[in-house]
Design a protein around this ligand. Structure first.
Ligand code: PEP
Ligand code: MG
Length: 747
């Protein structure tokens, strides 16, 4: 069947209807108000390509194409699109499209939106936003057929070809489905991030304009922004912008000046609340924060599209401007990071060639054709747009800092000007300003500080390993938290295993772990086996089966889970074994959340079964429960080389304060005497038994705690990357003081 109805599709149909259509079908199933429509599926596109004998003509042209050569890219794209345009659609396909359109309007000619949905689209690791064409306000059978064909052709625009090459997709593997959907004649419309697109906080961000949403996506109008805190259930921020005009549907899209109305707030509190609850339903259904397009017609909300947010980032990556500078412009911080460089104003596509590596790309609004230049830029600044405009979405995905909606960047900034862009705060400064990360780079005047206590670093992101190793010169990694790395994989560890893809999972783990052990070699890297709280892993694909727990912090996580779901534990060990076999013996295996000796015994046995040479590497545990601290003698008997104090958990379990519960956060105190007593006891007994001691909880980054730990005789401290240098100084001072005191006593 060339055509399928949206109400008949679900996520299993992604390969044939594309992510966009499958999502709409899924939403219909959970009774989210979605405008009706049908899909000309991806098989139909392939059918067309085959029957029109285009396959052999198109793909060879793309095989050796150098996409960095803009001219060549444009030429090939044009040739392919022309071929598609001139080819005839097989009669049976055309008939079906016409019939479905008539049915959609119940015999009447209705306005439809025709959107492309590439079948690799909306995958968790890539956003094809704006890559293929969308046509709005299409009416009449002939036009519908024509635009469907135009959508097919848009699979080969220069930007779409470029993007696929960048993302490593084979052109042949990406097909295109076309969604034909009734248009909502919206009086208001916009987009909604169900969680913050940069930090991932449970803050719903809604952008709204009057009229059609096209105004936002194209960046033509700076929308109102509303921030709704889903924890406190409060609207915490309302930014009403000046929306000079709106786009309305007449016989096509028309711009209408808004006059007085331009400064009015678009959404009422009630509308925001309704939108948030729909957003929450959708997020809950998919188990992932969503980027939702919505529209309101006659007071009714419709959800036009929803896809996962692909851009939530780790906080460690951020840089901050620390020097005072002259502020040239302010806008919305749309993609975090700080960068300095020379301004290059891009007015039209042909200007992109003047943007060189490290320049600051400045435009009224970016377009998909600018992506190659956006990649070379060190930051992006635009006049228009909000958190969801093209510049914002693409910059976040490319990891380039961006400030959007500055109103007049293209006027205030001049070609060649040196500026610093803070994509977090949304500010553009004059000149090159010093940033925090730069300042923290070791600048030694005399010999580097050497401490007897080793200073290590905690790490979560393998891609940061080299940078962190270089900048901190840490004595190793005291905690390699593999949870973040695993959370960024395509699917839940157990799903790989259930799908018979354990080898693939091992390979992924091995590749990521290798980045860290290699960057720090020969310094030790203590790899902690998976500590996966059910609530955090539920959001992953295949994580739907995670048990719902009243208190995940006391639940199915840590070593108890590793032993119960032994296969993913074995997969980690196999990845580690591969590294050891390659000569990376700078590895330590660390077990999380140990409470009884049997856990160590069983884990050891499994490690031995997997052929891990425990005599060659270090094997240890986290002490992060009062139980472990109080029976440390018994745990030591199981044969461990080291312990690391996990004060984040140790504090919550000792004080009965859930570390994720803001209502009791005021009671959370790592320096509480009870916690300190458990720590002191653990260090003392471990020392007596020749077991190395360390700390990797957040308290290891607190100078006050660290002073005490050094006095207690801890062997190493593992701090956050940003605190390593500071902690090294603190440790050096305490050590010096201790020596001095000893000497004074002797004399
Ligand atoms: C800890 O509990 O202190 C610790 C380092 O582990 P996590 O924060 O990953 O639970
Ligand atoms: Mg812990």
């Amino acid at each position: 069947m060339p055509v399928v109805w949206l109400s008949d599709v679900d996520k299993n149909d992604i390969p044939v209807v594309g992510g966009k259509a499958a999502n709409l079908g899924e939403l219909m199933r959970i009774e989210i108000p979605v405008p009706d429509g049908f899909v000309v599926d991806a098989r139909t596109f392939r059918d067309f390509i085959n029957k029109a004998n285009l396959k052999e003509k198109i793909y060879p042209k793309l095989r050796n194409l150098n996409v960095e050569n803009t001219e060549e890219l444009n030429r090939v794209s044009e040739e392919i699109r022309k071929m598609i345009e001139e080819a005839k659609i097989p009669a049976e396909i055309e008939m079906e499209i016409r019939k479905a359109y008539r049915e959609l309007g119940n015999g009447k000619e209705v306005f439809v939106a025709i959107r492309s949905s590439a079948t690799a689209e909306d995958m968790p690791d890539a956003s094809f936003a704006g890559q293929q064409d969308t046509y709005l306000n299409i009416k009449g059978e002939d036009l519908v057929v024509e635009k469907v064909k135009a959508c097919w052709g848009s699979l080969f625009t220069p930007r779409a070809i470029y993007y696929r090459v960048q993302k490593g997709y084979r052109h042949e593997d990406v097909s295109i489905a076309v969604v034909v959907q009734k248009m909502v004649n919206s009086e208001k419309s916009g987009v909604m991030f169900t969680s913050h697109p940069v930090t991932g906080e449970k803050k719903c961000i809604i952008e709204a304009v009057f009229g059609l949403g096209e105004a936002i996506v194209s960046g033509l109008v700076t929308p109102d922004t509303y921030v709704y805190d889903r924890n406190s259930r409060k609207l915490v921020e309302v930014k009403v912008s000046e929306k000079k005009f709106m786009i309305v549907r007449k016989n096509g899209n028309e711009k209408v000046e808004l006059g007085e109305k331009s400064k009015e707030r678009v959404l009422s509190d009630q509308e925001i609340e309704k939108l948030v609850s729909l957003g929450e339903l959708i997020e809950e259904h998919y188990g992932k924060p969503q980027d939702v397009e919505w529209a309101i017609e006659n007071g009714e909300i419709y959800i036009v599209q929803s896809r996962p947010i692909t851009t939530i980032r780790e906080t460690e990556e951020r840089k901050e401007v620390i020097e005072e500078g002259k502020i040239l412009l302010k806008g919305l911080g749309a993609s975090p990071g700080v960068a300095s460089g020379h301004v290059k104003i891009v007015k039209e596509t042909k200007d992109i060639t003047k943007v060189e590596q490290g320049d600051i790309l400045v435009a009224v609004m970016t377009t998909p054709d600018m992506v190659p230049a956006m990649k070379r830029a060190s930051a992006i600044v635009t006049d228009e747009g909000g958190m969801t405009c093209h510049a914002a979405i693409v910059s976040r995905e490319l990891g380039v800092p961006a400030v959007v909606g500055t109103k007049n960047a293209t006027k205030v900034l001049k070609d060649g000007m040196l500026v610093t862009v803070d994509g977090e705060k949304g500010v553009v400064y004059l000149g090159r300003l010093e940033t925090k990360a730069e300042k923290e780079e070791p600048k030694f005047v005399s010999a580097p500080i050497i401490t007897a206590t080793e200073i290590k670093v905690n790490l979560s992101l393998p891609d940061m390993a080299e940078k962190v190793a270089k900048e901190t010169r840490a004595d190793g990694v005291g905690l390699f938290r593999i949870e973040h790395m695993i959370l960024s994989l395509e699917k839940h560890p157990m799903k790989y295993i259930r799908d018979g893809e354990i080898e693939k999972y091992i390979e992924l783990l091995y590749n990521e772990m290798k980045k860290v052990v290699k960057a720090f070699y020969p310094k030790p890297v203590w790899i902690r086996t998976l500590d996966a709280p059910t609530d955090e892993f539920r959001a992953m694909e295949g994580g739907e089966d995670e048990p719902i727990e009243a208190n995940p912090m006391l639940g199915f996580r840590g070593i108890r889970r590793d032993l119960a779901e032994e296969m993913h534990f074995r997969a980690e060990l196999r990845a580690i074994k591969k590294l050891i076999d390659e000569g990376y013996t700078n590895i330590g295996i660390m077990l999380p959340l140990v409470v009884v000796p049997e856990e160590i015994r069983k884990a050891r046995k499994i490690a031995e079964e997997e052929g891990i040479p425990l005599e060659k590497i270090e094997f240890g545990i986290m002490v992060e429960t009062p139980a472990a601290a109080l029976i440390i003698e018994d745990l030591i008997k199981e044969g461990i080389d080291f312990i690391s104090l996990g004060t984040n958990d140790l504090t919550q379990y000792t004080l009965a304060v859930d570390r994720n519960n803001e209502n009791v956060a005021y009671l959370y105190d790592e320096m509480h005497p009870a916690v300190m007593k458990l720590i002191e006891r653990t260090i003392k007994i471990c020392k007596e038994h020749g077991v190395k001691t360390s700390i990797c909880g957040q308290a290891g980054s607190y100078p006050k705690v660290v002073e005490k730990l050094v006095e207690m005789g801890i062997d190493s401290i593992s701090a956050n990357p940003d605190m390593v240098n500071k902690i090294r100084e603190v440790v050096a001072r305490v050590e010096q003081r201790m020596i001095l005191e000893k000497l004074r006593k002797l004399s």
